[in-house]
Design a protein around this ligand. Structure first.
Ligand code: G4P
Length: 532
């Protein structure tokens, strides 16, 4: 049976989970895969992670620190819908990587710890979603533990995120007194099975809140309290409006316990019902702005992530391509817009939760992994014609700059190649000062340098030393070519080029940029760069 690209795209739900570390992202991921039938038992994501780790040493840091450094995608087919779950790195040092992953997501699930509410990292990630107008579904997790008053949690969402919370469920108690939740849309009560009870394996099926069966789960006081609270919260909050959600003004709120697999089925059903399928994407063709619709015939997509050496036995590099239109078939030829290079995609990988599999067919919303040897870069636009360019994925000015040296000077050439490789992956940024033979490496956080040192040692057998660089800020220059050249000539000692040979000004302080900027008003000092 062959369905149209538009119909296939319409059944895609491509989303990411954002949360503060420890709120339960990993546990929820695992339980969503369980709910979606992609895995049989919880614990598999971790187990799989462990396997992966034993195979790739560079993830040692990940293991030691208990954080997830590498992002991947997991795909599962459930009740007629195809879900693509993009895994975002949890640690704040990887915000740029997360940002890029979110460019490939159509919706996000924001996980909150019911005892903690909105935490700093939640806020940061939320801001990234807002920049991109990604609709957000809220999952208030850990209801099996003592939680904050849920009304206060909603208030926090409204005040800290300027987002209207629309609860679809309302919890009965929390912690030891957590009894379940009421589906506000249909007055069904979803009972929570106490740990150690007969139904510990699963939770009892929902029952009518006003029916006789409710007495098995709530005593009259609890029932009265839930009814009153549910009424109060519905009066105090706006009803769920799918349009406001899609526009990013409103978030539907779910409650549950990822660990106890409670509320997860409801969350998945909610994503299926409300999260948007892929939509048309703005692009440029032949200098003219255009839109690419998921149902368009031409196969198009963009690379949002490149990961090297996922499998150390095959020094492979995998580019993650988010498809934006057409029917992709294995073996198809795609062209890279900015380089004009054509590649035959003979061994695309789809990341089913269980393992890697060859993808025969894929549609808008799907992510395929394309093994390649450095041809594909983050931000590349791919299409059959090669004439289409999506708005670039930005590079952000790094917050920390360091000079990197290799301990064995005979390996300097090696170092250059290795650093270029990592920069092409978008792990770190590489700046080559116009004067001198140093390499300056930029990153958003300190942890990235550690990951980098680890990878250089394990994958490239290079022992490196990071040293303080005499600069603290990097800015891309913009303006008329002659003006930029004039500026660069006058500031040779502070000029560098990035991986794309774009001119970059390295400054000792933000103050210096302001000072120099006043003298050269025709030059723009940009904090981010969109790859042309
Ligand atoms: P993260 O990816 O967002 O960092 O969080 P993760 O899922 O790793 O969860 C962090 C901790 O919170 C884990 O405990 C996990 O078991 C626990 N947790 C997650 N969801 C729930 C929930 O719904 N209820 C309760 N009570 N706990 C939850 P840990 O002790 O740090 O790790 P572990 O030893 O359990 O693996």
């Amino acid at each position: 049976m062959s369905t149209s690209p538009a119909a296939e795209a319409a059944r895609r739900r491509t989303f990411a989970i954002i949360s503060h570390p420890d709120a339960g992202k990993t546990t929820l991921t695992e339980n969503l895969l369980l709910a979606g039938g992609a895995i049989r038992a919880a614990g598999a994501v971790r187990a799989r992670g462990e396997n992966r780790r034993t195979r790739s040493d560079w993830m040692k840091i990940e293991r030691e620190r208990g954080i997830s450094v590498s992002a991947s995608v997991m795909t599962f087919d459930h009740e007629g819908l195809m879900f693509n779950l993009l895994d975002t790195p949890g640690h704040e040092d990887f915000s740029e990587d997360t940002y890029r992953t979110l460019t490939a997501a159509d919706a996000a699930v924001m996980v909150l710890d019911a005892a903690k509410g909105i935490e700093p990292q939640t806020l940061k990630l939320f801001e990234v979603c807002r920049l991109r107008d990604i609709p957000i579904v809220t999952f208030i997790n850990k209801m099996d533990r003592e939680a904050q008053d849920p009304i206060e949690l909603l208030d926090e969402i409204a005040s800290k995120l300027a987002l209207d919370p629309a609860p679809l469920f309302w919890p009965a108690g929390s912690g030891g007194r957590f009894k379940g939740m009421l589906d506000l849309r249909n007055e069904q009560f979803v009972p929570f099975a106490k740990k150690g009870s007969d139904s510990d394996e699963g939770h009892p099926a929902p029952v009518a809140f006003r029916g006789n069966a409710i007495v098995s789960y709530l005593d009259p006081d609890e029932q009265g309290e839930l009814e009153e609270n549910a009424m109060l919260v519905q009066e105090a909050s706006k009803p769920f409006d799918p349009k406001a959600f899609l526009e990013g003004h409103m978030t539907p709120v779910f409650f549950g316990s990822a660990l106890r697999h409670f509320g997860v089925d409801q969350l998945l059903a909610g994503l299926g019902a409300y999260a948007p399928p892929p939509k048309a994407v703005a692009a440029v063709r032949g200098g003219e702005p255009t839109h690419v619709a998921p149902g368009d015939k031409e196969v198009t997509g963009f690379v949002f992530k490149v990961q090297a050496n996922m499998d150390p036995n095959h020094r492979d590099r995998i580019a993650f391509l988010r498809l934006t239109s057409g029917r992709f078939n294995r073996g198809m030829k795609l062209k890279v817009q900015n380089t004009g290079r054509q590649l035959s995609v003979n061994a695309p990988i789809m990341f089913f939760a269980s393992d890697r599999e060859l993808a025969e067919e894929a549609f808008a919303g799907d992510v395929i992994g394309i093994p390649n040897h450095g041809v594909l870069r983050v931000g590349d636009s791919l299409s059959e014609s090669g004439t289409l360019r999506f708005a670039g994925l930005p590079n952000f000015a790094p917050e920390i700059l360091q000079r990197v040296r290799v301990k064995d000077p005979l390996k300097a050439k090696h170092l250059k190649k290795a650093l270029e490789g990592l920069a092409e992956e978008g792990v770190t940024q590489l700046f080559r000062p116009v004067i001198g033979a140093d390499f300056i490496v930029g990153a958003v956080g300190q942890l990235q340098f550690e990951v980098m040192a680890d990878r250089l040692a394990n994958e490239y057998q290079l022992e490196v030393i990071f040293e303080a660089a005499p600069y603290s800020e990097a800015r891309w220059l913009s303006g008329e070519k002659a003006d930029v050249e004039d500026f660069a000539n006058k500031h040779k000692g502070a000029m560098a080029t990035d991986i794309d040979d774009q001119p970059v000004f390295l400054a000792k302080s933000a103050w210096e940029i302001g000072y120099v900027g006043e003298r050269f008003p025709k030059i723009g000092f940009e904090r981010s760069k969109e790859r042309a």
